[in-house]
Ligand binder design. Sequence first.
Ligand code: GDP
Ligand code: IMO
Ligand code: MG
Length: 430
Amino acid sequence: MPNVVVVGTQWGDEGKGRVVDLIAEKVDLVVRYQGGNNAGHTIVTNGKSIVLHHLPSGILRDDKVSLIGNGVVIDPKILLEEIEALKKSGYSVSPDNLIISDKVHVIMPYHKMIDISRENLAGNNKIGTTGRGIGPVYEDKYGRRGIKLSDLVNPDTFSKRLKTVLNERNLYLTKVLGSGPVDFDEVYNEYTQYGKELKPYMGDVSKILFDSINSDKDILFEGAQGTLLDIDFGTYPYVTSSNAGSGGVCVGTGVAPKSIDYVVGVTKAYTTRVGEGPFPSEETGEIEQRLREEGGEYGATTGRSRRCGWLDVVALKYAIRVNGISAFALTKLDVLSGFDTVKICTAYKCNGSLINEFPGSTEVLENCKPVYEEMDGWSEELTDIKDFDELPENAKKFILRVEELTGVPTWLVSIGPSREMYFELRELYS
Ligand code: GDP
Ligand code: IMO
Ligand code: MG
C-alpha cells in the first residue's frame, strides 16, 4: 500500500489537518516531519473544533500511531499541555500511540525572546512570525548549538550544553537585542522536568518507520505550513524556517525517498496568507472581507486576521512542480458560494511582461500583478452535497478548470469544516 505525503500548496492553513484526519482512517501511522507549534491544524468532529499545534492529526483516531519526526521542533510545555488537553477531552494519548524522535530540537525560552525581539526591532521589515521561536531554534540546530530531546533527558549533557549556549545567547540577548538575560537554574530545572515527562514518549522514529514499511504498514506524512512558506522554495525571507514541502519528509523523519509513493496537495479554493510578504492575488476591501468572514479566516495559532485573495494557479503550478503533487484535496469550495463571479489568477503581469512561471525572486514577485480568468459564480450552499454531479454547474466548471490549468486531478473536495463534509471525485491513489 502507498505511503502518502500531505502538503499545503499555498501559504499554509489550506485545511491540512482536516484532510490528514480523513486519510488517517486509511493508514496505520501519521508522522509530522517539520515545523513546530507555529502550526495550527483544525479538525472539527462531533461539533467540536480541535486545534493541534504539535501533535499529528492522526492522534484523534485511537487505533493509529502518531509520530513526531526529527525535523520537527518542540516547545515541551506546549506539547505537554496539548497532550493533557486531549486526554481531558477523552482521547487516548500515551507512549503506545505517540512517539517523539529523540532528535527533535527543543524550543527554549531564549528562542522565543529572540524571535519576538527581532520582530520588534525590524519594525516595517518584520516577517510577521508567530513568535514561537521557530527561526531561532532552527538557526541553533544548523549552528550546532541546539538542544535536542535526548539532551533534555540527560541531566549532565543538558547542563553542559545549556551553560555553553547561554553564555553566548545571553550576551546576544542583553547586548544586541536589549532583553534577557535568561537564568540558567530556572531554565535548567524547568526543562529537566519537561524531559522527565516526555521521556516515555521518546523513540527512534526512523527505525519505527523502517520496520513499519518492511511490514507493509501504511504511513501518512503530515506537512505543516505550506509550500510558499518553505525555507528553500517559499517567498524568502517571508517564510518559515523548515522544509514544508514534500522534500522535507526524508530529512525530517529518516525514511528513504523510495518509500514515498503519493503526494496530496491541499489547496484552498482561494488563497490566504498570515504575516508579511508578497501575495499577488490578494484582495482588499469587500471581497477580502467576505472571504475572511465566510471562511473564518483568522489564524488557528495566533488569532491574526488572514489576508485573503483569489486562487493563484501560477503559484499552484509551482507547488505541483516542487512537491510532485499527485492529486488535489480542494478545500473550502463552500466559501465561494454567493459570489457573482469567481476569479482564478492564471498569469502575472510583471514590469510590462506577461509571466506564467512563479518567479524565483521575491522582489520580482512583489511587482507582479495578477491576470485573472473570471468565471460565473453560484449561489447555492454546498455543505450537504455528497457527489460531484450534485454541484451547481458553475462550481463544477471551477473544479474542472483548475484541473485543466494545472494538469492535476482532484481527489477530494471539502465543502465544510466537519469530518463528513466532503465528497471524492475519484479514489485516493487512483
Ligand atoms: P491547516 O493549518 O492547513 O490545517 O488549516 P487550519 O486549520 O489552520 O485552517 C483551516 C480552517 O478551515 C479551519 O478552521 C478548518 O476547520 C476550516 N475548514 C477546513 N476545510 C473546510 C471547508 O471545506 N470548508 C470550510 N468552510 N471550512 C473548512
Ligand atoms: P499551518 O501548519 C500559516 C507564517 C507566519 C509568518 C511566517 C514565519 O497551520 O498551515 P514562523 O513563526 O514560522 O517563523 O513565521 O510563516 N506561518 C504560518 N502561516 N499557517 C501556518 O501553519 C504557519 N506557520 C508559520 O505567519 O508569516
Ligand atoms: Mg493552520
